[in-house]
Design a protein around this ligand. Structure first.
Ligand code: IPM
Ligand code: MG
Length: 358
């Protein structure tokens, strides 16, 4: 089976971290992994190259690809562009055009990094949560939306939070399936005490749960979930939630692990085609300096191997290689700790490769 991988470095540190992930893929290709890689611009880079954040050439490439590796998008030079031309539009366009409705955001604490978390050691030690975020619906895409003039003369902004039953059911199934392969506990996060949409969400998730009698399903309001995540995060195994709640909770969960620079993500469609990206942004302040942490992107390649390329054993090898590099005390500045050796993007990427080849 041969796979085509679209590589979209994007903006800022996206360029340098993706380069390390590409070296890793090159290496695996040399060892017999049957892949073909093609690069294309997206985000600000897309705007610079073709006048829009999701250029036609990129669109064609990703449609045909089996998997997509994305760096990051955005930068201060693009902030004043009209909304439709902003880099984030490229990312949202990819998600919605490819139907990547299931966003998996694992928050796993590498034991070597426990000291980097702002929470106490016993609160985060052994942490392993999977957040399943709905990614193509809800308030991010709901219509109508806009800014309009009111009769009174002032303006009002408005968005629409809407979920159809089928949208809720398909993301719930993804979450239940993942829970079955993990600790068999699923917490659905909503705001059913206030929002009708959440009422329906809760009803459909509960009904879907009838097909998964072995999974222990619980429900939590989003405000409480935010509190519980920082209070005692290990109570969670898998969490499933709407687009915007997932956006917020996954950043909170990321910080539990010490550095957002460590966390990969997968965004999947119905057929396991996926887009893989670090959950951090383009970090314009450190872009081009060679200090960004490439591990989240490298771990995103591992997720790609697991979810889209059917290479779970290889995925595990990469994750173990990352563990050994951390064991050796190598740290990029974002995860630097006393007694460790500070390295840059390139050295970190090379170290993972070296561990892989032993
Ligand atoms: C994320 C990001 C995006 C989102 C932005 C860049 C549009 O914050 O992937 O979490 O809000 O989904
Ligand atoms: Mg976010």
């Amino acid at each position: 089976m041969s796979y085509t991988i679209a590589v979209l470095p994007g903006d800022g540190i996206g360029i340098e971290i993706t380069a390390e992930a590409v070296k890793l893929l090159d290496y695996l290709q040399g060892r017999g992994l049957d892949i073909e890689m093609q690069q294309a611009p997206v985000g600000g880079a897309g705007y610079d190259a073709a006048g829009k954040p999701l250029p036609d050439e990129t669109r064609v490439l990703v449609q045909a690809a089996d998997a997509i590796l994305l760096g990051a998008v955005g930068g201060p030079q693009y902030e004043d562009l009209p909304r439709d031309l902003r880099p984030e539009r490229g990312l949202l366009g990819l998600r919605s055009e490819l139907g990547l409705f299931a966003n998996l955001r694992p928050a796993v604490l590498y034991p070597q990094l426990a000291a980097a978390s702002s929470l106490k050691y016993d609160v985060v030690a052994g942490l392993d949560i999977m957040i399943v975020r709905e990614l193509t619906g809800g308030i991010y895409f709901g219509e109508p939306r806009g800014i309009r003039d009111k009769a009174s003369g002032e303006r009002e902004g408005y968005n629409t939070l809407v979920y159809a039953e089928s949208e809720i059911e398909r993301i719930a199934r993804v979450a239940f399936d993942i829970a079955m392969k993990r600790g068999k506990r699923l917490c659905s996060v909503d705001k059913a005490n206030v929002l009708e949409v959440s009422e329906l969400w809760r009803e459909i998730v509960t009904k879907t749960g009838d097909d998964y009698p072995q999974v222990e399903l619980s429900h939590m309001y989003v405000d409480n979930a935010a509190m519980q995540l920082v209070k005692w995060p290990k109570q969670f195994d898998v969490m499933v939630t709407k687009n915007m709640f997932g956006d917020i909770l996954s950043d909170a969960a990321a910080m539990l692990t010490g550095s957002i620079g460590m966390l990969p993500s997968a965004s999947l469609d119905q057929d396991s085609k996926g887009m893989y990206e670090p959950i951090h942004g383009s970090a314009p302040d450190i872009a081009g300096k060679g200090v960004a942490n490439p591990l989240a992107t490298i771990l995103s390649v591992a997720m790609m191997l697991r979810y889209s390329l059917d290479q779970a054993a290889l995925a595990e090898k990469i994750e173990q290689a990352v563990g050994r590099v951390l064991d050796r005390g190598l740290r990029t500045p974002d995860i630097m700790a006393e007694g460790c050796q500070q390295v840059g993007t390139l050295e970190m990427g090379e170290a993972v490769l070296a561990e892989l080849s032993v």
